[in-house]
Design a protein around this ligand. Structure first.
Ligand code: FAD
Length: 536
């Protein structure tokens, strides 16, 4: 009934909505939200209130001046009992005049690092009444007399959160494709320095350090796209089971979606920033689009679950799995490797060898965390404090797990897809998988030295493999970013356009500055001249 009421109006764009959960005082800790929705059975309405300054909603995109409706997450009170946070669909502005409704205080939160056009807003309520059917009642319900009916499955509400995290992994693949396209095209156009006096200045793309900064962004874009697709397939399967009341596979999906969201957003943000720096000074120009892209990408480390908090959620699942596995109980497929008790095998510098190595690292780190927590608890520390004191290691274990998942998925999915591709295309994709895997082995060599049998000789060989791969991939890099097929209007970048007219576009954009409209700015007459003449 509620879908019939709201969905067609939203789809027809008769109403514009946003999702208002975060408050000034609380984002991560949902139970700490302070907005209240108190049921009044006499009028069959909920009364919304923001009892404190920190109860104000803060951040929702489009909330400030765009949306006229929103989903508000509030503490539900009925018959004097607090039933915890629940979602309500609330009209906040008049549909005709767009004026905020009486009892609604809404506005804009101010300038941000990026997302300038997102119109993020704040929202407070003062005894604002909404009808009973404003509460989204697919799961939990409040009956007319105020009786609260619990959700069939309390975990059902996780579905949407997981869905968005799945989408974010794919978004990161896209943002990296944008960053890589801009920086690689620019690096093909830009010539700098003269390593050999009698030869022309080389393209900066020929500097191996430049390749080291950029090719990993290109490979990561593919890795994240493939992982995103795999996660999506898993999500669809779990969701199907959920709708028939089976939530058995939800915890595993939740755990893997949390760490993949965290690792892909952090990698994407740092690699987009590396793309920006790889373009030297011009990368700092807004017209390059790279600073804007960084702002958009780094925001994803915070929204839809702050990254550290998400990694700790995965860690909780890994610790539980470890405890379960130690009692001989079966583990979910993505965590089953934790219980591999075989002796550490001889190191192999192959893709499978490196993936197996990352699993050893993850399992070793989880075991280390469990031992530390157990030791602290035995010494009388509370579990919560022991958890906190172990949390740096827990985050590292969770990240290692995520790396093992991405590496294995990227390898498996590309190998599967390669069968249907032309041999040259399959070869290039394999090179990207290889580069991605060896890059992370070298980045995490300390962990591999701790938990596997890798030796100095193997590391030197891996370093050589990596440098050979950069050389092999170099001739195809421009082709590989062209293959992302991003239109110039989408890239919106002076440095990354298809025609490579970098310098012309930089100058054209500079000339659009209002400051260039007149040869002498009024500030000269008002301040500079009197200052220079000592008359200020
Ligand atoms: C661009 C952008 C768009 C957004 N859009 C929306 C929107 O549309 N709707 C909406 O409702 N919200 C939105 N948000 C808000 C966003 O969801 C929250 O900012 C996010 O959930 C993080 O919560 P927080 O700000 O309270 O951070 P906090 O939780 O206060 O985090 C601050 C620090 O504390 C640490 N921390 C917190 N809890 C723990 C813990 N248990 N263990 C260890 N460390 C911890 C974190 O790791 C972090 O380092 C948006 C935010 C941004 C930046």
């Amino acid at each position: 009934e509620q879908q019939e009421k709201w969905v067609p109006r939203a789809v027809n764009m008769e109403i514009i909505g946003t999702y208002a959960q975060t408050e000034l005082g609380h984002g991560t800790f949902l139970r700490g939200l302070e907005t209240t929705a108190t049921y009044d059975p006499n009028t069959e309405e909920f009364v919304l209130n923001s009892p404190t300054l920190t109860a104000y909603k803060w951040w929702p995109g489009g909330l400030a001046h765009t949306a006229n409706h929103c989903v508000v997450v509030a503490q539900l009170h009925s018959k004097g009992v607090n039933h915890g946070v629940h979602p309500f669909i609330v009209q906040i502005r008049d549909e005709d005049t767009h004026m905020p409704l009486p009892g609604v205080k809404v506005g804009e939160i101010g300038p941000k690092l990026s997302f300038s056009t997102a119109n993020n807003g704040f929202l407070g309520f003062d005894n604002f009444r909404v009808p009973r059917d404003s509460m989204l009642m697919k799961n939990a319900q409040v009956l007319k007399d105020g009786t609260y009916v619990k959700s069939r499955l309390s975990k059902l509400t996780y579905g949407t959160m997981v869905f968005i995290r799945v989408m974010i992994v794919t978004d990161m693949a896209y943002y990296l494709s944008v960053g890589a396209t801009i920086a690689i095209r620019y690096s093909a156009v830009r010539h700098q320095s003269k390593p050999k006096e009698n030869e022309p200045e080389p393209q900066i793309l020929d500097y191996v350090t430049q390749q080291h900064k950029l090719f990993i962004a290109l490979a990561s874009s593919h890795a994240f796209r493939v992982t995103g697709q795999w996660l999506w397939t898993t999500f669809v399967r779990v969701n199907k089971a959920l709708t028939s009341g089976n939530a058995d596979t939800l915890p595993e999906l939740h755990a893997v979606a949390c760490c993949l969201k965290a690792v892909t957003t952090r990698d994407a943000a740092s690699m987009v920033e590396a793309c920006r720096m790889s373009c030297g000074g011009h990368g700092y120009m807004t017209s390059s689009y790279l600073p804007i892209l960084y702002g958009i990408t780094t925001a994803a480390c915070t929204y839809e679950g702050e990254n550290t908090v998400l990694l700790l959620q995965t860690a909780r699942s890994l610790v539980k799995a470890w405890q379960k596995g130690s009692k001989g109980k079966p583990l979910s497929p993505t965590e089953a490797y934790l219980m591999d008790k075989s002796p550490v095998p001889k190191w192999e510098n192959t893709l499978d060898g490196i993936i197996a190595g990352f699993r050893r690292v993850s399992a070793g780190k989880v075991q280390d965390c469990v031992s530390k927590i157990d030791k602290l608890v035995k010494m009388g520390t509370s579990y919560e404090d022991a958890w906190n004191q172990t949390s740096v290691r827990l985050v590292a274990a969770s990240e290692a797990h995520s790396r093992a998942v991405i590496l294995a998925t990227f390898r498996a999915e590309v190998s599967r897809a390669a069968a249907a591709l032309s041999p040259p295309l399959a070869r290039v994709l394999h090179q990207l998988v290889h580069l991605y895997t060896v890059y992370w082995a070298l980045e995490r060599v300390g962990d591999l030295l701790l938990y596997t049998s890798i030796a100095e000789r193997d590391v030197q060989e891996l370093q050589q493999q990596y440098e050979d791969l950069l050389q092999k991939i170099r001739p195809n890099t421009v082709g590989l970013v062209d293959a992302f097929d991003l239109r110039d209007e989408i890239l919106n970048s002076t440095l990354g356009a298809y025609d490579g007219r970098v310098y012309e576009r930089l100058m054209e954009e500079a000339l659009k500055s209002p400051l260039n409209a007149e040869p002498v700015n009024q500030s000269f007459h008002k301040y500079l001249k009197p200052f220079m003449q000592g008359k200020l």
